[in-house]
Design a protein around this ligand. Structure first.
Ligand code: NAP
Length: 497
């Protein structure tokens, strides 16, 4: 039976408690230096996906019966292992996804926080006792697991997003098939190992690296899968949601974003500029909550654009493992080409380039998917660069006159994930939080970031279904059951009713 060598960077699938190879494999390539093959990954197809579903079905009765606090204990142990293996996870993430080592370490720490929080749900998860109209009757509701659930995740947060799905799914008593993005199988394997080594019973968590159109589609179409939790692009997510709901599955999709940071006339300019740079270029702009639009009151606009452009030009781009590097590459050739295409689109639409705008090809950048941090000024809300998700290091600056125009501009895209407002005016800040159509709104804080104990997710074209993480993170993975107990057995027959 193959076992993963903890030092190796090769990836096997994990089905029914066994590490198994697949008939196909893929090279895992470092996007900062494509000459480096990090390892080989099993690339599963339908047969492995079906085997994983069967294993999850077999494991379900035992896992469901396991008391929730005991399920939580497995997650606490997995959290301990993640902490112990944090550096291995972070380095692997930088090598296969490209974000800087500091960013990868931050993501691993956030994942630890999330899992620890979800482990505690094993002791907190509860229903509610509600007064009955009938005498001597106990009426209450409880939360029950759904059954076999499929978790489909993107490459941009390859540890945090799987963690915030696997944690609540398991603690609620479901058995799981986890399909990671094809571009980040190694970090997904290392994460899975933390759960496996925590002693989970066979078949409770099955890890099936493979293609979206094969493994992902099999999971979404299979009648034994009761729910699908997906994070990824709006295009894939919308089609997936249709298929899942046609099969009467519960479905949760967290998708694209086009997040605005709004700078009102009385804003602290230093704070707003710092947040804009962090939000636009952190993780190479490959964050669903990235600041891809900045909407600035005209009274500050000139100074703001000049200073943001200057700060963008100073960002050191390179291999995220190298000291001093502040921004890594795009994740692969396709994503890189998308970024370069959007730069052309912005030029054609009449936006004014004020920083960056080119692919980096010399010296240490010669073999990676690098782009200069790019800022376009004088964008309008109708330009594609100001409406469509790029998922790369490009910022669109838009000038507005006053609060009402700023809010309208911020609400002008089909997406609704995150937004920020910078102001010292409490009334405007509060009106903004009321009026903005997003799932997460910040005041005097960047658009990025989220804490383990708070709900996360979007509205409009960004989100379908219940919020993830935090106090409501377990809800999606449970069903409410209402129970009436006539404890004397006579309430309806007696004159008491
Ligand atoms: P993606 O291309 O939509 O892929 C997401 C996942 O879906 C991957 O595992 C992919 O597998 C799988 N998939 C592809 N086709 C499928 C199909 N037909 N059936 C089932 N699964 C399928 O997204 P991505 O490029 O990985 O991630 C970037 C996107 O994620 C951005 O739009 C970003 O905004 C969004 N995102 C949203 C949030 C949020 O919380 N709102 C958070 C992070 C990222 P393969 O990898 O094998 O193609």
């Amino acid at each position: 039976m193959p076992m993963p060598d903890s030092e190796s960077n090769d990836v096997l699938a994990h089905i029914d408690g066994q590490w198994v190879s697949a008939s196909q494999s893929r090279d895992n390539v470092n996007p900062a230096d494509t000459r480096e093959i990090i390892g080989k990954s099993a690339h599963c197809g339908r047969p492995e996906a079906e085997a994983a579903i069967a294993a999850a079905q077999r494991a379900l009765p035992g896992w469901r019966e396991t008391p929730a606090p005991k399920r939580g204990q497995y997650l606490f142990e997995a959290t301990r292992l993640m902490r112990e293996r944090a550096e291995r996870l972070a380095v692997a993430m930088t090598r296969e996804e490209g974000k800087t080592l500091g960013e990868a370490r931050g993501e691993v720490q956030k994942s630890i926080n999330i899992l620890e929080y979800m482990a505690g749900e094993g002791r907190r998860a509860s229903g509610q006792v509600i007064p009955s109209e009938m005498p001597r009757t106990l009426a209450y509701h409880v939360r029950q697991p759904l059954g076999v659930v499929a978790l489909i995740t993107p490459w941009n947060f390859p540890v945090a997003i799987p963690t915030w799905k696997i944690g609540p799914a398991l603690v609620a008593g479901n058995t799981v098939i986890f399909k990671p993005a094809s571009l980040t199988p190694l970090t997904a394997r290392l994460l899975t190992e933390c759960f496996v080594d925590a002693g989970l019973p066979n078949g409770v968590l099955n890890f099936v690296p493979g293609g979206g159109a094969s493994v992902g589609d099999t999971l979404v179409g299979h009648p034994a899968v009761r729910a699908v939790s997906f994070t990824g692009s709006t295009e894939i997510g919308m089609a997936l949601a249709q298929k899942a709901t046609a099969g009467h599955k519960k479905c949760q999709c967290e998708m694209g974003g086009k997040n605005a940071l709004v700078v009102l006339a009385d804003a602290d300019l230093d704070l707003a500029i710092e947040a804009t740079i962090q939000g636009a270029f952190g993780s190479t702009g490959q964050r669903c909550t990235a600041t891809s639009r900045v909407i600035v009151d005209r009274s500050l606009y000139g100074a703001f654009v000049e200073r943001v452009a200057e700060a963008a030009r100073k960002i050191k781009v390179g291999n995220g493992l190298h000291a001093g590097v502040q921004m890594g590459p795009s994740v692969d050739a396709d994503q890189h080409q998308t970024v370069l295409d959007y730069i052309n689109v912005a030029h054609q639409d009449g936006a004014r380039l004020v920083a960056g705008g080119h692919r980096l090809t010399q010296d240490e950048h010669a073999f990676g998917f690098f782009t200069e941090p790019t800022v376009f000024a004088d964008c309008t809300v109708n330009m594609r660069i100001a409406r469509e998700e790029v998922f790369g290091p490009i910022l669109a600056c838009i000038a507005v006159d006053g609060y009402e125009e700023a809010l309208a501009a911020a609400n002008s895209t089909p997406f609704g994930l995150a937004a920020s407002v910078y102001t010292r005016d409490l009334v405007l800040a509060q009106r903004f939080t009321d009026g903005i159509d997003v799932g997460i709104v910040h005041v005097n804080n960047p658009t990025v970031g989220g804490e383990a104990q708070l709900p996360f997710g979007g509205m409009k074209d960004t989100g379908i279904g219940q919020r993830e993480m935090g106090t409501t993170g377990v809800d999606f993975y449970t069903e409410l059951k209402t129970v009436y107990v006539d404890y004397t057995g006579v309430a309806r027959r007696s004159n008491l009713y």
